[in-house]
Ligand binder design. Structure first.
Ligand code: 5RP
Length: 230
Protein backbone atom coordinates (compact mmCIF):
# COMPACT_ATOMS: atom_id res chain seq x y z
CA UNK A 1 0.00 0.00 0.00
CA UNK A 2 1.45 3.40 -0.90
CA UNK A 3 1.19 6.47 1.33
CA UNK A 4 -1.66 7.99 -0.66
CA UNK A 5 -3.76 4.83 -0.27
CA UNK A 6 -2.87 4.55 3.39
CA UNK A 7 -3.85 8.18 4.02
CA UNK A 8 -7.18 7.55 2.30
CA UNK A 9 -7.84 4.60 4.66
CA UNK A 10 -6.77 6.64 7.69
CA UNK A 11 -9.22 9.34 6.62
CA UNK A 12 -12.08 6.85 6.25
CA UNK A 13 -11.54 5.37 9.73
CA UNK A 14 -11.19 8.86 11.19
CA UNK A 15 -14.35 10.16 9.52
CA UNK A 16 -16.37 7.23 10.81
CA UNK A 17 -15.11 7.85 14.37
CA UNK A 18 -15.92 11.56 14.14
CA UNK A 19 -19.55 10.64 13.38
CA UNK A 20 -19.66 8.58 16.58
CA UNK A 21 -18.82 11.49 18.88
CA UNK A 22 -21.86 12.74 20.77
CA UNK A 23 -22.57 16.44 20.93
CA UNK A 24 -22.20 17.79 24.47
CA UNK A 25 -19.72 15.09 25.52
CA UNK A 26 -16.22 15.34 27.00
CA UNK A 27 -13.78 14.18 24.33
CA UNK A 28 -10.16 13.03 24.50
CA UNK A 29 -8.26 13.52 21.24
CA UNK A 30 -5.01 11.64 20.55
CA UNK A 31 -2.07 12.34 18.30
CA UNK A 32 -0.83 11.38 14.85
CA UNK A 33 -1.69 11.56 11.18
CA UNK A 34 -4.91 9.51 11.53
CA UNK A 35 -6.05 11.72 14.39
CA UNK A 36 -5.32 14.78 12.24
CA UNK A 37 -8.00 13.52 9.81
CA UNK A 38 -10.32 12.93 12.78
CA UNK A 39 -9.86 16.53 13.96
CA UNK A 40 -10.63 17.81 10.46
CA UNK A 41 -13.82 15.75 10.40
CA UNK A 42 -14.81 17.08 13.84
CA UNK A 43 -14.27 20.62 12.59
CA UNK A 44 -16.54 19.89 9.64
CA UNK A 45 -19.28 18.63 11.96
CA UNK A 46 -18.91 21.77 14.07
CA UNK A 47 -19.34 24.04 11.06
CA UNK A 48 -22.06 22.06 9.31
CA UNK A 49 -24.17 20.76 12.23
CA UNK A 50 -23.43 23.23 14.99
CA UNK A 51 -22.11 20.28 16.94
CA UNK A 52 -20.47 21.29 20.29
CA UNK A 53 -18.38 19.51 22.88
CA UNK A 54 -18.52 20.13 26.64
CA UNK A 55 -14.75 19.78 27.02
CA UNK A 56 -11.88 18.59 24.85
CA UNK A 57 -8.54 17.36 26.14
CA UNK A 58 -5.73 16.32 23.90
CA UNK A 59 -2.43 14.47 24.03
CA UNK A 60 -0.06 16.78 22.18
CA UNK A 61 0.60 20.36 21.20
CA UNK A 62 0.21 19.32 17.55
CA UNK A 63 -3.40 18.19 18.08
CA UNK A 64 -4.08 21.15 20.38
CA UNK A 65 -2.96 23.61 17.71
CA UNK A 66 -5.06 21.92 15.05
CA UNK A 67 -8.16 21.87 17.29
CA UNK A 68 -7.74 25.51 18.26
CA UNK A 69 -7.23 26.45 14.62
CA UNK A 70 -10.69 25.01 13.94
CA UNK A 71 -12.22 27.02 16.78
CA UNK A 72 -12.35 24.36 19.52
CA UNK A 73 -11.36 25.32 23.06
CA UNK A 74 -8.93 22.79 24.53
CA UNK A 75 -8.82 22.07 28.27
CA UNK A 76 -6.09 20.61 30.45
CA UNK A 77 -6.52 17.01 31.61
CA UNK A 78 -6.13 18.21 35.20
CA UNK A 79 -9.27 20.33 34.83
CA UNK A 80 -11.67 17.57 33.81
CA UNK A 81 -12.75 14.49 35.75
CA UNK A 82 -12.94 12.03 32.90
CA UNK A 83 -13.43 11.98 29.15
CA UNK A 84 -16.58 10.22 27.94
CA UNK A 85 -14.65 9.01 24.90
CA UNK A 86 -11.06 9.20 23.67
CA UNK A 87 -10.24 8.68 20.01
CA UNK A 88 -6.63 7.95 19.15
CA UNK A 89 -4.47 6.24 16.54
CA UNK A 90 -2.21 3.25 17.14
CA UNK A 91 0.98 1.86 15.67
CA UNK A 92 0.00 -1.81 16.00
CA UNK A 93 -3.16 -3.55 17.21
CA UNK A 94 -3.42 -7.27 17.90
CA UNK A 95 -6.37 -9.68 18.02
CA UNK A 96 -7.04 -8.84 21.70
CA UNK A 97 -7.19 -5.11 20.92
CA UNK A 98 -3.91 -4.59 22.73
CA UNK A 99 -1.61 -2.15 21.04
CA UNK A 100 1.72 -0.44 20.60
CA UNK A 101 1.51 3.34 20.66
CA UNK A 102 3.94 6.20 20.92
CA UNK A 103 5.37 6.32 17.41
CA UNK A 104 4.87 10.08 17.61
CA UNK A 105 6.48 10.28 21.04
CA UNK A 106 3.31 11.32 22.90
CA UNK A 107 2.83 8.05 24.79
CA UNK A 108 2.87 9.42 28.35
CA UNK A 109 0.09 11.92 27.90
CA UNK A 110 -1.73 9.46 25.60
CA UNK A 111 -1.79 6.86 28.36
CA UNK A 112 -2.86 9.43 30.94
CA UNK A 113 -5.78 10.57 28.82
CA UNK A 114 -6.62 6.94 27.99
CA UNK A 115 -6.85 5.76 31.58
CA UNK A 116 -9.06 8.73 32.40
CA UNK A 117 -11.58 7.91 29.68
CA UNK A 118 -14.78 5.93 29.96
CA UNK A 119 -14.34 4.59 26.44
CA UNK A 120 -11.42 4.35 24.02
CA UNK A 121 -11.66 4.02 20.26
CA UNK A 122 -8.59 3.56 18.07
CA UNK A 123 -8.69 4.47 14.41
CA UNK A 124 -6.34 2.62 12.06
CA UNK A 125 -5.79 1.49 8.51
CA UNK A 126 -5.47 -2.25 7.98
CA UNK A 127 -1.64 -2.17 7.89
CA UNK A 128 -1.62 -1.70 11.68
CA UNK A 129 -3.31 -5.04 12.36
CA UNK A 130 -1.20 -7.93 13.64
CA UNK A 131 -1.97 -11.23 15.33
CA UNK A 132 0.80 -10.77 17.87
CA UNK A 133 2.33 -7.37 18.77
CA UNK A 134 5.21 -6.99 16.32
CA UNK A 135 6.56 -5.02 13.41
CA UNK A 136 6.99 -1.76 15.28
CA UNK A 137 9.61 -0.75 17.88
CA UNK A 138 8.21 -0.32 21.37
CA UNK A 139 8.78 3.24 22.69
CA UNK A 140 9.86 3.64 26.30
CA UNK A 141 10.09 7.14 27.79
CA UNK A 142 12.96 7.37 30.28
CA UNK A 143 14.33 10.02 32.61
CA UNK A 144 17.63 11.54 31.44
CA UNK A 145 19.20 10.79 34.86
CA UNK A 146 18.68 7.05 34.49
CA UNK A 147 18.67 6.59 30.72
CA UNK A 148 22.18 5.12 30.38
CA UNK A 149 21.51 2.45 33.03
CA UNK A 150 18.08 1.77 31.55
CA UNK A 151 19.65 1.36 28.11
CA UNK A 152 22.27 -1.12 29.38
CA UNK A 153 19.65 -3.16 31.27
CA UNK A 154 17.39 -3.33 28.24
CA UNK A 155 20.34 -4.45 26.10
CA UNK A 156 21.27 -7.17 28.62
CA UNK A 157 17.65 -8.40 28.58
CA UNK A 158 17.85 -8.82 24.80
CA UNK A 159 15.34 -6.03 24.17
CA UNK A 160 17.52 -4.42 21.45
CA UNK A 161 17.30 -0.78 22.60
CA UNK A 162 18.07 2.27 20.49
CA UNK A 163 17.81 5.89 21.56
CA UNK A 164 15.32 7.72 19.37
CA UNK A 165 16.98 10.58 17.51
CA UNK A 166 15.50 13.88 16.41
CA UNK A 167 15.97 15.31 12.91
CA UNK A 168 19.11 17.16 14.02
CA UNK A 169 20.70 13.83 15.02
CA UNK A 170 20.50 14.60 18.73
CA UNK A 171 18.44 12.56 21.14
CA UNK A 172 14.71 13.09 20.74
CA UNK A 173 13.33 14.97 23.75
CA UNK A 174 9.71 14.43 24.79
CA UNK A 175 7.22 17.06 25.89
CA UNK A 176 8.32 16.32 29.48
CA UNK A 177 12.06 16.69 28.81
CA UNK A 178 12.75 12.94 28.75
CA UNK A 179 14.31 10.60 26.17
CA UNK A 180 12.75 7.74 24.25
CA UNK A 181 14.43 4.37 23.98
CA UNK A 182 12.82 2.27 21.25
CA UNK A 183 12.95 -1.49 21.88
CA UNK A 184 13.42 -3.58 18.74
CA UNK A 185 12.64 -6.97 20.34
CA UNK A 186 10.25 -8.34 17.76
CA UNK A 187 7.75 -9.89 18.16
CA UNK A 188 6.99 -9.05 21.77
CA UNK A 189 6.57 -12.57 23.20
CA UNK A 190 4.57 -11.83 26.35
CA UNK A 191 3.32 -8.21 26.26
CA UNK A 192 1.88 -8.34 29.80
CA UNK A 193 5.21 -9.62 31.16
CA UNK A 194 7.19 -6.90 29.39
CA UNK A 195 4.70 -4.23 30.51
CA UNK A 196 5.05 -5.42 34.10
CA UNK A 197 8.86 -5.35 33.87
CA UNK A 198 8.83 -1.81 32.43
CA UNK A 199 6.24 -0.62 34.96
CA UNK A 200 8.65 -1.68 37.72
CA UNK A 201 11.85 -0.30 36.20
CA UNK A 202 13.08 2.83 37.97
CA UNK A 203 13.61 5.66 35.51
CA UNK A 204 10.95 4.45 33.08
CA UNK A 205 8.31 7.16 32.90
CA UNK A 206 5.95 5.28 30.58
CA UNK A 207 5.96 2.76 27.76
CA UNK A 208 3.95 2.25 24.61
CA UNK A 209 2.26 -1.04 25.52
CA UNK A 210 -1.44 -0.20 25.85
CA UNK A 211 -2.96 -3.41 27.18
CA UNK A 212 -6.62 -4.00 28.12
CA UNK A 213 -7.42 -0.36 27.45
CA UNK A 214 -9.02 -0.14 24.05
CA UNK A 215 -12.78 -0.82 23.73
CA UNK A 216 -13.19 -0.58 20.00
CA UNK A 217 -11.01 -0.32 16.90
CA UNK A 218 -12.24 1.16 13.64
CA UNK A 219 -10.26 -0.37 10.81
CA UNK A 220 -10.37 0.87 7.23
CA UNK A 221 -9.57 -1.95 4.78
CA UNK A 222 -8.24 -1.59 1.26
CA UNK A 223 -11.27 -3.49 -0.13
CA UNK A 224 -13.38 -0.47 0.87
CA UNK A 225 -14.93 -1.95 4.01
CA UNK A 226 -14.74 -0.39 7.45
CA UNK A 227 -14.63 -2.83 10.31
CA UNK A 228 -15.69 -2.03 13.84
CA UNK A 229 -13.91 -4.48 16.13
CA UNK A 230 -14.79 -4.75 19.83
C1 5RP B 1 1.59 8.91 18.74
C2 5RP B 1 0.78 7.67 18.52
C3 5RP B 1 -0.03 7.61 17.28
O1 5RP B 1 -1.36 7.39 17.62
C4 5RP B 1 0.48 6.47 16.46
O2 5RP B 1 1.87 6.68 16.23
C5 5RP B 1 -0.26 6.36 15.12
O3 5RP B 1 0.12 7.43 14.30
P1 5RP B 1 -0.41 7.60 12.82
O4 5RP B 1 -1.88 7.81 12.90
O5 5RP B 1 0.32 8.80 12.30
O6 5RP B 1 -0.07 6.36 12.03
O7 5RP B 1 0.75 6.76 19.30
O8 5RP B 1 2.40 8.82 19.87
Amino acid sequence: MDKKQQDQLKKEAATKAAMMVESGSVLGVGTGSTVAFFIDALGKRKDEEGFRLKHIVTTSNRSKKQLEGLGFKVDELANIDQADLTVDGADRVDDNLDGIKGGGGALTLEKNVAINSKKIIWIVDESKLVQQLSGFPLPVEVLPISCEQNFKKFASQGLKPKFRLAEDGKRYVTHYGNYIIDLYADPIPVPAGLADYLDHTVGVVEHGLFLNMCDEVIIAHSDGTIEDKR
